[in-house]
Design a protein around this ligand. Structure first.
Ligand code: AMP
Length: 216
């Protein structure tokens, strides 16, 4: 794995003073790379990124300037987040790698990319996307089902975007193909504010239960 030198410092001067419910947390944002989707999805993705930055959170994502991942990461960066991109060498041009991130990690394989994003994340936001996003989200949902990952997952359900997938999960459950109640694996939130609230609540609850376990 090669790692590029940071072009900008991890924190800006103003970000040192940041406060908020996501302070100290890194949010992994998955989302489509397509440039041809509804404009309101871009705007909502940017609002999510901005909200993460304003709430003191940092961000890890696929490293490109394109699509919803680009929109959310650029907005988070502007709002003071330390933003880490993880991208494969062969996608550097295809997904217009942002070379002004706090950190841009260049890897060789998609598996390495996903692993680093997953390890660095404290929670996941799933923006609308296509096959790549679906692949990424299914990995975290399935690992959570197996108890190998215990991090909040929030679907950004803009205009019910993810409802067809949720209907498929429902079908799996009705046919007894699931090992957990699937609703226990993730949260759904339809607006940027609701997404941020969900992240903050879930991370605070997780912190409280870890602290209680440590005291016991
Ligand atoms: P898409 O949702 O298809 O627009 O893809 C969103 C992101 O997922 C893009 O950055 C893709 O490069 C990435 N992606 C596509 N396939 C995979 C994969 N097998 N593993 C990890 N990331 C992927």
């Amino acid at each position: 794995m090669s790692k590029q030198s940071p072009v900008t410092p991890a924190r800006t001067a103003t970000s040192e003073a940041r406060t908020g419910g996501l302070l100290g947390y890194t949010i992994c944002v998955y989302g489509g790379a397509s440039q041809h989707v509804a404009a309101d999805h871009h705007a909502l993705a940017a609002e999510v990124g901005k909200g993460i930055g304003q709430a003191g959170g940092d961000l890890v994502f696929g490293g490109g300037k394109v699509g919803l991942m680009g929109a959310s990461s650029l907005a988070a960066q502007e709002a003071g987040s330390a933003v880490t991109g993880v991208i494969t060498r062969f996608l550097l041009d295809m997904e217009a790698a942002n070379r002004e991130l706090s950190e841009l990690i260049v890897v060789e394989t998609m598996h390495q990319r996903k692993n680093i994003m997953m390890e660095r994340a404290d929670a996941f936001v799933i923006l609308p996307g296509g096959f790549g996003t679906l692949e990424e989200v299914m990995e975290v949902v399935t690992l959570k089902q197996l108890g190998q990952l215990d991090k909040p997952i929030v679907f950004a359900d803009f205009s019910g975007f993810w409802q067809p997938l949720i209907a498929l999960f429902d079908h799996f459950e009705q046919q007894n193909y699931l090992h957990n109640r699937f609703e226990d694996l993730y949260h759904l939130a339809a607006t940027p504010n609701a997404i941020l609230e969900r992240l903050e609540t879930a991370l605070a609850a997780q912190k409280a239960s870890l602290e209680a376990a440590a005291r016991a």
